[in-house]
Design a protein around this ligand. Structure first.
Ligand code: 5GP
Length: 143
């Protein structure tokens, strides 16, 4: 799939936003929804998904880009407080060659610990109870 293209409103994140597919949510407002990544690269790996139907950062409106990064910062702060990682990676992929697999704009928040290698992107599916416990803990640290 190319970098520019038509937005497919049947993608999995559009379905989660619409409430037509399940997700272990951490927070939601009029701008974005945040939920646990079900194939985490690290414990606590979560996603901020702006609600605007845009394929990637290049398609997203400037207003939503500004509002989305505020949600990313808010969630990263809660992840830091909840899980006390040694570092946090924030990533965002545009186009399949860049690593994008779901073609609805989203930001990854990936906690990192010293000497713990990063898991494979889209690797092993997590235990849903563990994800739910992480989501509850992170949510309890949102301001
Ligand atoms: P991308 O490669 O597009 O930046 O990342 C897509 C991310 O979405 C991957 O990290 C993948 O694990 C995650 N993902 C794919 N399908 C689902 C799903 O159905 N639910 C959730 N919560 N995450 C998903």
């Amino acid at each position: 799939m190319s970098l520019s293209g038509t937005y497919d409103d049947q993608n999995i994140f559009a379905k989660i936003i619409a409430g037509d597919a399940p997700a272990i949510k951490i927070f939601e407002d009029d701008v974005a929804v945040a939920f646990m990544d079900i194939f985490p690269q690290s414990p606590g790996h979560c996603l901020v998904v702006p609600k605007e139907p845009a394929r990637n950062l290049l398609d997203l409106s400037e207003d939503m880009a500004a509002k989305a990064i505020q949600r990313v910062q808010k969630l990263a702060r809660a992840v830091e407080a909840a899980l006390q990682p040694d570092g946090i990676v924030v990533t965002q992929f545009n186009g399949a060659p860049a690593g994008q697999t779901v073609f609805h704009i989203h930001f990854h928040i990936i906690p990192r610990w010293e000497d713990v290698p990063l898991g494979r992107h889209g690797g092993k599916q997590a235990d849903m109870d563990e994800l739910a416990a992480q989501a509850r803990k992170i949510a309890s640290f949102l301001d």
